[in-house]
Design a protein around this ligand. Structure first.
Ligand code: BEZ
Ligand code: FE
Length: 287
């Protein structure tokens, strides 16, 4: 009979999980067991605390569905998502840095031409984001696809709005021969992460700000290059120093200049005041 004690239980559990047939799974599970046991010992976890944690995990599962991923949100606010992004995208310092994908990217966004409007009637101040996509040697990347998405000025993505079925505030733009791109959208605002679930319950028991600074998301996939998932943030935006998901990076902060009605970057004109941001993305070749 195996005699289990407080002193030998970690070793026994590690031995058991080391039998995973996939060597990487064995490595992951044995390390997880060691760290979980170490955590419980360090804080002298009580049974009531253990039960509260189990119930919290259950609620996180129950509130999740194909549009809401509470466990990913938990990973985001704990800084785990961003740590994993950084460890797995150690790019050249001259390349545009990566950030979290977030839960609101969807496949199949409409393809728009240079400077075409992805806001499609959603109210807001017109924003033009333009620049080039280049490689580390400065060569233009032609035909690169920029998948772009953002929240509306109330901070909502369509999946959060019960009466919005169709995709909005998202589009795919393709770079021209000179690597140039031009996105026409609306100026984003800072917004709160979903606070009506177990992640929100925990955050509310802290002094943590539950807001993200104003940003636009980009996923840039170009054959032969490292895929880039990133955001552009508005310079001077609130919450830049306290992004609840740790996604901000200095290199991704862009000045949004106010412009009077008149000529716009794609060759059109705006009858109303608009805002302009210029940003050159730098991609690293796949090694
Ligand atoms: C977002 O920016 O869309 C986002 C990222 C992480 C958690 C929640 C929202
Ligand atoms: Fe976002």
């Amino acid at each position: 009979m195996q005699l289990v004690t407080e002193d030998n239980i970690t070793e026994l559990a590690v031995e058991r999980w080391a039998t995973a047939r996939d060597p990487r799974l064995s490595e992951l599970m044995t390390a997880l067991v060691r760290h979980l046991h170490e955590f419980a010992r360090e804080v002298r976890l009580t049974e009531a605390e253990w039960m509260a944690a189990m119930q919290w995990l259950t609620r996180a599962g129950q509130i999740s569905d194909d549009k809401r991923e509470e466990f990913i949100l938990a990973s985001d606010v704990l800084g785990l998502s961003m740590l994993v992004v950084q460890m797995n995208h150690r790019l050249d310092p001259a390349a545009t840095p990566a950030t979290v994908l977030g839960p609101f990217h969807i496949e199949g966004s409409p393809e728009l031409g240079y400077g075409e409007d992805m806001s499609d009637g959603v109210p807001g101040t017109p924003l033009y984001l333009s620049g080039t996509v280049r490689d580390l040697d400065g060569n233009p990347v032609a035909g690169g696809v920029l998948d772009v998405w953002q929240a509306d000025t109330e901070g909502a993505y369509e999946s959060q709005l019960p009466d919005v079925d169709e995709a909005r505030l998202r589009a795919k733009y393709t770079t021209r021969q000179d690597g140039g791109y031009c996105v026409r959208t609306i100026a984003p605002k800072g917004y709160t992460i979903p606070m009506d679930g177990p992640v929100g319950d925990l955050v509310e028991r802290t002094a943590i700000s539950h807001f993200r600074p104003a940003h636009v998301h980009f996923l840039i996939n170009v054959p032969g290059h490292e895929p880039l998932i990133t955001h552009l943030f508005q310079e001077g935006a609130e919450y830049l120093d306290s992004d609840v998901v740790f996604g901000t990076k200095e290199e991704l902060v862009v000045r949004f200049e106010q412009r009077e009605p008149g000529a716009t970057p794609e060759g059109g004109t705006s009858a109303t005041p608009w805002v302009e941001g210029r940003y050159d993305f730098v991609l690293q070749r796949r090694s």
